[in-house]
Design a binder for this molecule. Structure first.
Ligand code: PA5
Length: 354
């Protein structure tokens, strides 16, 4: 019998809206979004006092990725707000990227209005909805991205425009080359780890198999991988419909590590996945090693995933792509459709009438 993950007919029946086909287009959409963002006139954005990204869930993670990328490269802070209210320091020196795939997310709409009222200059990234309507009424520059996708599958289209604005504004050197390298790499990795590559030679399928019936604990070995770990967790939640948790070194050594003390407790249900970057500082590599030795022995399994590529964006998104594919494969193994997120829809519906 063909193994389920290697059976195209079975996968088509488990994934009628082709989430896997959307996931493997991350590189193409990153490039497309980048070009859309680059068309915007970024005058006045060259030297921001502070950059604020507004966005929830699948639209907010782009902000986390941007923040990680600019952390060591930009002479200003990037703050990501996933809330109705922007911080009190927002003012005319703040540049705001308001991202909502649907354009109808109430938290993002409220934070956008508040940031505008505080005098911040904004750019909107959205496929439509009220955010685009309001931006048109206010004269807010807008990157209109293609619609019709689950927001989390549109990551390339949401992150790409922000990188395009960053490039036009000259925030960091070499972003265009970084995006081109990343898109090329993601296309290669999509076939290396994609559904057409049999489990026997596909590490994403192998890892998904190990996660069945367990709680994934995703740790970023260093700061760069932090948003990738969060993305893994949220994709495991939304695509695989499983509970998952995440954390980042070195902070987790100052609290969470102690929580592994009672062997034989729920730790036996946990599968640890550490997201590593070939450029992780030696001190952090040592931390991961020692933590594994003294704390993680009680887990049901321990796995490391190593980033690929040269540019930090490529390294970061290689980890994201691997996790996205693992989450879809785990959905198949759990026999759930990766696309619907009924609970999110129901919450939005009930809150809309309240
Ligand atoms: O994955 C999802 O569907 C959610 O996390 C959404 O992204 C989130 O609810 C926000 O909606 P939107 O991306 O349309 O602003």
């Amino acid at each position: 019998m063909t193994y389920v993950l290697d059976d195209p007919a079975k996968l088509r029946s488990l994934d009628p809206q082709d989430m896997v086909g959307l996931v493997v287009r991350l590189g193409d959409w990153l490039e497309e979004g980048f070009e859309l963002g680059r068309r915007l006139d970024a005058s006045g954005w060259e030297r921001p006092g502070h950059v604020l990204v507004l966005g929830m869930g699948g639209s907010g993670i782009g902000g986390d990725l941007l923040r990680a990328l600019l952390y060591e490269r930009a002479p200003f802070a990037v703050t990501v707000v996933k809330d109705y209210v922007p911080p009190a320091w927002v003012g005319p020196g703040t540049r705001v990227l308001a991202c909502s795939y649907s354009g109808n997310t109430e938290e993002t709409l409220a934070a956008y209005e508040a940031a505008r009222s505080a005098g911040a200059r904004c750019v909107v990234v959205s496929s439509g909805g009220q955010l685009v309507e309001r931006a048109a009424a206010h004269g807010t520059p807008t990157v209109r991205i293609p619609g019709g996708l689950p927001p989390r599958a549109a990551l390339g289209l949401l992150l790409g425009p922000m990188l395009g604005v960053a490039d036009r504004a000259g925030w960091v050197e070499g972003l265009g080359a970084g995006v081109a390298e990343t898109a090329r790499l993601l296309r290669d990795l999509a076939s290396e780890w994609g559904p057409g590559r049999p489990a026997a030679e596909n590490p994403a399928k192998v890892l998904a198999r190990a996660l069945v019936g367990h709680v994934p604990v995703v740790y970023a070995a260093s700061r760069l991988a932090e948003p990738a770990a969060l993305r893994w967790k949220t994709q495991l939640n939304e695509n695989s419909k499983v509970y998952a948790t995440w954390n980042v070194f070195p902070e987790l050594n100052h609290n969470e590590t102690v929580g592994w003390a009672l062997a034989g407790q729920p730790e036996a249900l946990l599968q640890v996945v550490v997201l590593r970057d070939p450029q992780d500082p030696p001190r952090l590599v040592r931390r991961v090693q020692v933590t594994r030795e003294i704390s993680l022995g009680a887990a049901a399994g321990y796995h490391e995933v190593l980033a690929r590529g040269n540019h930090p964006l490529a390294r970061l998104l290689s980890l994201v792509l691997f996790g996205d594919l693992v989450s879809v494969y785990l959905a198949y193994l759990n026999e759930v459709d990766p696309t619907p997120v009924a609970v999110i829809d129901e919450l939005k519906r009930r809150l809309a009438v309240a």
